[in-house]
Design a protein around this ligand. Structure first.
Ligand SMILES: *[C@@H]1O[C@H](CO)[C@@H](O)[C@H](O)[C@H]1NC(C)=O
Length: 352
């Protein structure tokens, strides 16, 4: 419960105390070596104890407020005294159920639920225990909460859903459990998108699960662009592949900025290679009317790769594959394995 603070305080005292100490050492020469140090260490220890005492009393005070049901006051105290900073929520605002879910303590969680704690308990920021469980990749806790009636679509004041948290943490199982229990794969407009989050953090398995449950691969958020664009910008090769294999539009990025522009800027040759295989247009121009090759760092690998591609056109088999996939259409791409074609061809069509 007591936040771990770095405490340079007491230790920083000793250098300053040293000169006085030297004088004292002469006076106390007769005493056995080491005993003259005890006073300093004693005061350091006393200071430490005092600090500990203050912290413990503050904790008890905030706890008292929680027990009394005044969570807002407790949150205020915790905020003022601890000031976690960096976007940390104050623990005092959360119910014991939040705490158990956050730490993945299944037994404690089940006990609390059986004692009548609501699975949909919320903090001031509308964070539910399910949010916590998903962020910590605690599948068993998430399941228990859902079984106890937790809302899978719960949104915080920032628009974050448990699904978003699961994708952010890269928890595939939590992602799947949520989707199986009716969580909506696609957020409302202007809310944080799980697919973008998963693409940004390279959670390829989560990307796959989201798409399988109906998330739009080309979901375009004005200030972010498409998931594919985000994946290229974050240089996440696996996510780039997953999105493209599932029919993401290789040209759609942010405004006129294409995924190939993003990959060129980042000098990600592997991603450029994949994008080109999926038919990315090397002549697309961005807002500054620049082609991808012109956005690559000068004399980089990406630049030479794109220049080489200009000189050597796509092979006929590549062009055929692109055309067939276009003809099949994004919504039917998953039927390719069922086509009556040789396995080799089916694998080729699926970029396997
Ligand atoms: C979650 O939201 C979606 C879309 O609004 C809805 O279809 C689904 O039934 C909701 N799930 C639950 C469990 O409320």
């Amino acid at each position: 419960m007591i936040p771990a603070h770095a405490s340079p305080g007491p230790l920083a005292v000793s250098p300053r105390a040293a000169p006085a100490h030297a004088a004292m050492a002469e006076l106390l020469e007769s005493r056995p070596f080491g005993s003259q140090y005890t006073n300093v260490y004693l005061s350091i220890f006393a200071l430490f104890c005092f600090k500990l005492f203050v912290k413990i009393s503050l904790n008890i005070l905030t706890h008292f407020y929680v027990v009394k049901g005044n969570r807002k006051e407790a949150a205020r105290i915790a905020f003022e005294f601890y000031d976690f900073g960096q976007g940390h929520r104050s623990w005092a605002d959360r119910s014991p159920l939040h705490e158990a879910a956050c730490q993945g303590r299944l037994l404690a969680l089940k006990t609390l639920l059986s004692q009548g704690y609501s699975a949909n308990a919320i903090t001031i920021d509308l964070v539910t225990p399910l949010h916590e469980a998903c962020l910590g990749d605690h599948v068993a806790c998430a399941r228990a909460l859902i079984e106890a009636g937790a809302n899978v679509n719960a949104t915080t004041i920032d628009g974050v859903t448990p699904l978003f948290n699961a994708c952010s943490a890269g928890s595939v199982t939590c992602t799947e459990v949520l989707l199986e229990h009716g969580a909506k794969p696609q957020p409302e407009i202007c809310q944080p998108s799980p697919l973008h989050e998963a693409s940004n953090k390279g959670r390829a398995a989560c990307v796959e699960a989201l798409i399988a449950w109906g998330a739009d691969v080309d979901h375009d958020i004005p200030h972010l662009g498409t998931p594919l664009y985000i994946a290229c910008l974050s240089q996440e090769l696996q996510c780039t592949e997953k999105l493209l294999e599932n029919g993401a539009n290789v040209q759609k990025g942010r405004f006129l900025e294409t995924p190939l522009h993003a990959a060129s800027q980042k000098d990600s040759t592997e991603i450029i290679k994949v994008l080109l295989e999926f038919g990315a247009n090397i002549n697309a121009r961005n807002l500054e009317l620049k082609r991808p090759v012109e956005t690559a760092p000068p004399s980089s690998l990406a630049e030479s790769m794109l220049l080489l591609h200009e000189a050597t056109p796509c092979s006929l088999s590549q062009l055929c594959r692109l055309n067939i996939r276009n003809y099949v259409g994004r919504s039917r791409l998953h039927f390719i394995p069922q086509l009556k074609l040789p396995t080799l061809l089916k694998r080729f069509l699926q970029y396997r």
